[in-house]
Design a protein around this ligand. Structure first.
Ligand code: ZN
Ligand code: FE
Length: 258
């Protein structure tokens, strides 16, 4: 089994998983890189997993389905190219012999879902779309801060060894913000150096792990005193004892951060 992030557009990753014969792809915003990879490795596309309805995640779905006959799975509460098998919290699917469990993770979009596989080459794996990024999280476009925090908390509770397969290479920008929030977090500083090194060599910073995200990602650390205080200092109206208020202040701060 192989797991590969295919770069697309400016900073998207189309995650492709294959067993040497059959493949699945997550959020193919563009069919081109997927078709090139399938051809180069003589793979048959078995399934397309979609996390949410944004164009950079679904733009290649129809083309790939027509070219390959792949089954399409997607969020029950969102509009994506038909036909697809609609999924929501608690649903289970099997693709390439791997069982995936579906979580509802609303906030970035109203019906956003994530796909969790408990055992893939010795550790769990989660395809979390634009909900959780390394060092950051998606913008709250359709949900509320409380929903988004609930979704991030759900992901944060997964085993620490879980590999976090997010769909954008936003890590360095996120870590620049994270260090502004938590300048005293030594693990964060160390991770930032590692990621800068990887990017300078043209390598992806992903997948990350949930244990690492829980140590460095401010949006998973709203209950840490240093993070809550920083949010309160940025926005005096944000009660540092209220994780939703801390999250909302952090998200707003990040939206304006350069
Ligand atoms: Zn999105
Ligand atoms: Fe996206």
């Amino acid at each position: 089994m192989n797991l590969t992030p295919l770069p697309a557009f400016q900073d998207n990753y189309l995650w492709l998983l294959h067993d040497g014969q059959r493949a699945l792809v997550v959020d193919p915003g563009d069919a081109g890189p997927v078709q090139a990879f399938l051809a180069a490795h003589a793979l048959r596309l078995d399934a397309i997993l979609v996390t949410h309805h944004h164009l950079d995640h679904i733009g290649g779905v129809a083309t790939l389905r027509e070219a390959t006959g792949a089954r399409v799975f997607g969020p029950a509460r969102e509009k994506i190219p038909e036909p697809f098998a609609p999924l929501a919290e608690g649903d289970r699917i099997e693709v390439l012999g791997l069982p995936f469990e579906v979580f509802d993770v609303p906030g970035h979009t109203a019906g956003h879902i994530a796909y969790y596989c408990e055992e893939f080459k010795g550790a769990p794996l989660v395809f979390c779309g634009d909900t959780l990024f390394s060092g950051g999280c998606g913008r709250v476009f359709e949900g509320t801060p409380a929903q988004m925090l609930g979704s991030l908390d759900k992901l944060a509770a997964l085993p620490g060894t879980t590999r976090v397969c997010c769909t954008h290479e936003y890590t360095l920008g996120n870590l620049k913000f994270a260090t502004a929030v938590e300048p005293g977090n030594t693990q964060l500083i160390h991770y930032q150096q590692q990621c800068a090194q990887r990017r300078s060599q043209g390598e992806p910073t992903l997948p990350s792990t949930m244990a690492l995200e829980n140590s460095v990602n401010p949006f998973l650390r709203t209950r840490q005193a240093a993070v809550a205080q920083a949010a309160h200092q940025h926005d005096a109206a944000a009660d540092p004892a209220d994780p939703v208020a801390v999250f909302a202040a952090l998200r707003q701060w990040k939206n304006e951060f350069r």
